[in-house]
Design a binder for this molecule. Structure first.
Ligand SMILES: [Zn+2]
Length: 593
């Protein structure tokens, strides 16, 4: 057995490894340490000449990494404390302080990256050739050169972001995470957080499902005019800075450049997905028949409905062991790495009021065990979420031999290990389940997830693209809601019955506020993993080193290069279609069952 047997229970994480508390002298010392290092770094300004010696250059890069490492620790400590309780005033104040501090320090050291971007190609190549693991990071900085402004302009943007876009995002989180949802269950009105509402939204009772969804969008819809205004402002800010000043080709290509994914690859992914919407529509018709719905048509409320009457509840310990066993079954080392997250108390699984909803994994510096936040309510879906987030954690840990600048994978590859983790869990469940009806339930869930990560996310990205364009033409919030409903109609065709309150769904999606155009990364990751899993089934053990190599590359090379080495061409429609062929086959099997 690759992992030791412990008993795990739902709990809050322990951030003590970062800093003991906000009051701790260590935290103040960390701030002071950065200031000292920045002060000394400012002294190198005069030494930056084109003929700079390679050793000296490397010393400067290391010095900038050292400052970044401390800021990462401070930043993650504040951000995780805030996520653990978004209503905690101290955490909220620190979050603002750290953002301010990081922007100020970044401004004082900005001259270095600006010099680097301006340096002639020949000398840049000379310096990069001996920069080892920093090479890709340095290359990427230079890729940003066409979109980089002057030093004073960059400084103003950094400072204005702290009190502008970033502040607005913090405010969005504070407002939406304090929502209370009222739902009558068995004659009793319950007051629920969004995470607590989720089991009813995806639960077995059709009437309760509908009411839970209606309550979700009643609450978000009531604030729709405010949340929508925040979105309009963020989209305008995105446009003003990135299109107006930096001259990116389109709002989405800002993300593509940051991801180092060619626009054409993203466009092919979007087009191929749209063409395959019919597979999911076929699935929804099948699901309506299986659920035996009176109207014969799936309502939007029923998309995630379980086929089995009762959604089996999982103890946290069982869930933890299922995930660890499935990881170890694939590769013992992967299970061992995941177990560290539990053993070091880096996992916040408890449901609490004010705690951020959803789930995420935060990696800090290469040698740190990442932190995972989730809201565990005992459903099968939570077990999948646990596998997903631990997948992220092992991805970061497998890349721990890289620098702080290069261990983080680019966003589209960031969903590889997480999605693969879910897949390993599903395979284990299917392999061990003798009951045909439970197996069928698992397969349907897999299709629900494929919908949620592929079609749904790509249509979010399409909505973002449309919404950003509409806001430039002064679209109102109602216009945006109407466009969102149209987007859903195209996505579902005649396979799903939509009700009007779903027009508010877009104001409830944190990603489109936090990280515009992030969402296609999910579809990218899931389709890639379907394709990788096909290879795993065909090649068995021979596949493992190839897969682990993709993960351990982290962000040390271009995604197209990392995948190209594994024989994958992300620019080709054929590659993406391959992922949909797997889904098509799965639906075909379900239709025959
Ligand atoms: Zn993820």
């Amino acid at each position: 057995m690759a992992y030791s047997v412990n008993t795990y229970s739902v709990k809050k994480w322990d951030l003590g490894e970062l800093f003991p508390s906000f009051a701790s002298p260590d935290l103040q010392a960390a701030f002071d340490n950065v200031e000292e290092q920045v002060l000394s770094f400012e002294g190198i300004r005069g030494k930056l000449q084109p003929d700079l010696h390679a050793d000296q250059f490397l010393e400067f890069v290391r010095a900038s990494e050292s400052m970044r490492r401390i800021i990462n620790r401070i930043y993650v400590f504040a951000a995780l404390s805030f996520a653990a309780d978004t209503q905690d005033q101290i955490a909220q104040t620190y979050m603002a302080r750290v953002q301010q501090f990081a922007a100020t320090m970044q401004n004082r050291t900005l001259f270095f990256s600006l010099w680097w971007k301006e340096l002639d190609d020949q000398n840049a190549e000379r310096l990069m050739s001996s920069a080892g693991d920093y090479r890709y990071y340095l290359e990427e900085l230079r890729h940003m050169k066409p979109y980089t402004l002057s030093e004073p302009e960059e400084k103003v943007i950094n400072l204005k972001d702290v009190t502008g876009a970033s502040a607005l995002i913090n405010l969005y989180d504070s407002i939406t995470n304090r929502y209370v949802f009222k739902l009558e269950v068995d004659g009793e009105v319950k007051e629920l957080t969004r995470a607590q509402l989720q089991p009813y939204i995806q639960g077995p009772d059709p009437e309760l499902r509908a009411r839970a969804y209606q309550e979700l969008y009643r609450v978000f819809g009531e604030d729709g005019p405010i949340l929508g205004q925040m979105y309009q402002t963020l989209a305008r800010d995105w446009h003003n800075e990135n299109i107006g000043m930096r001259k990116f080709g389109s709002p989405m290509s800002v993300r593509n450049v940051a991801n180092d994914i060619p626009d054409e690859a993203v466009n092919v992914l979007l087009d191929v997905t749209k063409k395959n919407a019919g597979i999911f529509q076929r699935y929804f018709k099948l699901k309506a028949r299986q659920l035996g719905l009176p109207s014969g048509k799936l309502r939007r409320y029923d998309i995630y409905a379980p086929l089995a009457k009762s959604d089996k509840a999982f103890e946290f310990d069982t869930a933890a062991k299922m995930v660890l066993e499935s990881f170890s079954g694939f590769e013992p080392k992967v299970g061992e790495l995941a177990q560290r997250v539990f053993d070091q108390d880096h996992l916040d699984s408890e449901v609490r009021k004010g705690k951020q909803g959803g789930a995420f994994c935060a990696s800090i510096n290469p040698e740190d065990t990442p932190y995972v936040l989730m809201n565990f309510t005992g459903r099968a879906r939570d077990v999948a979420t646990l596998a997903h987030e631990l997948g992220h954690a092992i991805h970061a840990m497998l890349a721990s031999h890289h620098s702080t600048f290069t261990f983080h994978s680019s966003l589209p590859l960031a969903e590889t290990a997480s999605t693969f983790g879910e897949m390993m869990l599903t395979e284990k469940l299917l392999a061990e389940e003798p009951d045909e009806s439970v197996r069928r339930d698992i397969l349907f869930k897999q299709m629900d997830d494929a919908f949620a990560t592929i079609l749904r996310q790509i249509y979010f990205a399409i909505f973002e693209r449309d919404a950003h364009a509409m806001i430039q033409k002064n679209a109102s919030i109602d216009d945006l809601s109407a466009a969102y409903l149209e987007n859903l109609k195209e996505q579902f065709g005649d396979s799903v019955e939509l009700s009007d309150e779903f027009k508010w769904e877009w104001v409830s999606i944190p990603h489109i506020y936090h990280t515009p155009f992030y969402v296609y990364a999910y579809a990218f990751g899931q389709l890639l993993v379907f394709s990788l899993y096909q290879q795993f089934r065909a090649e068995g053990d021979a596949f493992k080193p190839k897969y682990l190599k993709i993960l351990s590359a982290g962000g040390s090379e271009a995604p197209a290069k990392i995948l190209g080495d594994a024989g994958i061409d992300i620019r080709s429609a054929k590659f993406w279609q391959g992922g949909f062929d797997v889904i098509d086959k799965l639906v075909g099997e379900l239709e025959r069952l």
